[in-house]
Ligand binder design. Structure first.
Ligand code: ZN
Length: 136
């Protein structure tokens, strides 16, 4: 069912810039240009898949007001790279799975990672209590 989601809850955005060995030089070029033109925070190079990201990438973090400047620029200058742009609303799963937009080819994200993260965060007091009882 449709329900209204106030875009005011978007605190900022990430652009994840994906590359392969053969396109790393394009990613390097963008990485040099982006901070000269836009107000961003650059994440470090992630050569290995990390979190939901199935391919090498780096993150570009920017504020709500920068969106209308940087996203059109990326549209015109991504030079074949896939880029995931997602908002930060406080729900990582929703933001990656449903609230994102893609420039270029869409990659299959490893969304199952979010279930695992949630499971890890769940307090495990009950299990510990049982272990404790066994010991005594
Ligand atoms: Zn992100």
């Amino acid at each position: 069912m449709w329900r209204n989601n106030d875009s005011a809850k978007i605190r900022g955005y990430h652009a994840h810039i994906y590359y392969k060995r053969s396109t790393r030089s394009v990613a390097e070029h963008l990485r040099r240009l982006i901070p000269r033109r836009f107000k961003v925070e650059l994440g470090r190079w992630r050569e290995e898949p990390v979190g939901p990201h199935p391919q090498s990438m780096y993150q570009v973090k920017f504020g709500v007001r920068e969106f209308s400047r940087i996203v059109p620029w990326l549209m015109l200058n991504r030079d074949g790279l896939s880029i995931l742009v997602h908002p930060e609303t406080g729900d990582d799963y929703q933001d990656h799975a449903f609230n994102a937009l893609w420039l270029g080819d869409k990659l299959k994200l490893r969304l199952e990672i979010f279930g695992r993260l949630r499971a890890r965060r769940r307090p495990s007091g009950r299990k510990d209590a049982r272990k404790h009882r066994d010991r005594s």
